[in-house]
Design a protein around this ligand. Structure first.
Ligand SMILES: NC(=O)c1ccc[n+]([C@@H]2O[C@H](COP(=O)([O-])OP(=O)(O)OC[C@H]3O[C@@H](n4cnc5c(N)ncnc54)[C@H](O)[C@@H]3O)[C@@H](O)[C@H]2O)c1
Length: 421
């Protein structure tokens, strides 16, 4: 599968049109007096932010809602204004700077879409929930264990406030994946005994430092090459495939033991490749592999072996015929469907809250990265609950809040050395 296609426009190959709830019945149960108006704001106006906004607007169309963009926010004002211009928003509603998120959540928007580099997600998500907004939070949602635990806590606050939280793990909203998951749960391949999940592709981009550019500006623009902002690509990108493993198995791993390295990345401090053995207990292991290296074999996907068959992610399933409920989606674009599902859940008074799930799978990916960087076996409890573990408090610096306080110092552009890190 082409990684670019997979990343940006992951389309279902089997789609049934027709929502399980017709738009009319959604409005009949709409809490806000049946209002058809929805106000949305965006934080992080880059590639995915603009994409997510378009997907949100498309979802509103499907649900017969009138959507209004009320604010944009970006570290760079020009980015916020660029999106504003594209979607007909006045420049004074387009906020720039590292504190732009505070101005966005202070508006009267109902929904906030968040698509900055992942390091900022815990801070921005907490502010949005504090302000009482429904949230779409792009994956991954943190870069270190403390960040993931913060998202877990904010997710609980969102539940208490009746807010929806949906995340950009679009395979969970994609008909072919949903069908295979239902088949597996119905016993089509027996018990899953192992598998492999992969994102083997290329470096998405490299941004070089401009003459006289500040450390903050450079690392923000070149964020996919710095662990402090991206979590490294095992977290930033491969989290999609790890999410499928956790979803299909229905449980979290108990430990990760991996290795990786850097061969020829030109900027930043990330690894080029990771290979992690995730121990899911009960003698079940999943091999996680990810690589960003031009000129190498490329493949993105998941494969699971069961006691009575096998399954390739949302693709071919070799196993028993089983009966499953009909899976219906409104859009053959799962990145639109995730917004339909979020908005509909609000309209029907049953807000979806994916915060725990995405915080946990982000932490699964972080656990794998820490194992590869250090060369140590990392247990789930080391990153989630054991505050005596040296890995529990591992933090990336600069942290999100540092960018608001003043100049930051660029981390060294060298990779971790296993056994010494
Ligand atoms: N679900 C998917 O398949 C998918 C695909 C692509 C990207 N993503 C995720 O979306 C997020 C954004 O990725 P992208 O490709 O759009 O990156 P991008 O670099 O194109 O956009 C990021 C934007 O955020 C802005 N920004 C950076 N720091 C900020 C801050 N502190 N406050 C406000 N704005 C800030 C940047 O200036 C930029 O405009 C990442 O978490 C990425 O993993 C998900």
């Amino acid at each position: 599968m082409n990684p670019t296609l997979n990343r940006r426009t992951f389309l279902g190959n089997t789609t049934l049109l027709g929502a399980s709830l017709a738009a009319g019945s959604v409005f009949a149960q709409a809490p806000a007096g049946g209002s058809k108006k929805v106000k949305v704001a965006l934080i992080g106006c880059g590639g995915r932010g603009n994409g997510a906004l378009g997907d949100f607007l498309e979802a509103c169309k499907i649900l017969g809602l009138e959507a209004q963009l009320v604010a944009t926010g970006d570290a760079f004002k020009a980015q916020a204004e660029g999106t504003g211009k594209k979607f007909g928003l006045a420049p004074d509603k387009c906020f720039g700077g590292y504190d732009a998120y505070q101005k966005v959540v202070a508006t009267d928007c109902d929904y906030v879409l968040m698509a900055t580099p992942p390091a900022f997600r815990p801070l921005h998500f907490a502010a949005a929930v504090e302000a009482g907004k429904h949230c779409f939070i792009e994956k991954p949602v943190a870069v270190d264990p403390a960040g993931a635990r913060s998202v877990l806590a904010t997710g609980e606050k969102a539940t208490a406030k009746g807010l929806a939280v949906v995340t950009g793990t679009q395979r969970r909203h994609q008909a072919d994946y949903l069908r295979n998951k239902a088949r597996i749960d119905a016993g089509a391949i027996g018990k899953i005994k192992g598998g492999v999940v992969q994102w083997n592709g290329t470096v998405p981009w490299i941004k070089r430092r401009n003459e006289g550019e500040s450390d903050a500006s450079y690392i923000t623009r070149n964020w996919v090459n710095f662990t402090e902002l991206s979590g490294d690509h095992i977290v930033e990108q491969h989290v999609h495939n790890l999410d499928v493993a956790v979803w299909f198995l229905g449980r979290l791993p108990i430990a990760a033991n991996g290795f990786g390295g850097r061969a020829r990345r030109e900027t930043g401090n990330q690894f080029d490749f990771f290979s992690v053995d995730y121990d899911f207990g009960d003698d079940v292991h999943i091999h996680s592999q990810c690589r960003q290296l031009t000129g190498t074999h490329q493949h993105v996907g998941e494969m699971f072996t069961g006691t009575e068959g096998s399954c390739y992610g949302g693709g071919k399933l070799n196993g028993k015929q089983v009966a499953i409920p009909e899976i219906k989606v409104d859009s053959n674009n799962s990145m639109v469907q995730e917004h339909v599902d979020m908005i509909r859940s609000v309209m029907t008074g049953k807000p979806l809250n994916d915060a725990k799930r995405i915080a946990e799978v982000t932490l699964v990916a972080i656990m794998g990265r820490i194992s590869c960087y250090t060369g140590q076996l990392i247990r789930w409890n080391d990153v989630l609950s054991n505050d005596k573990s040296p890995f529990y408090n591992q933090a990336c610096t600069p942290a999100a809040i540092d960018f608001e306080k003043g100049p930051i110092q660029l981390p060294a552009e060298v990779a971790a050395v296993p056994g010494k890190a």
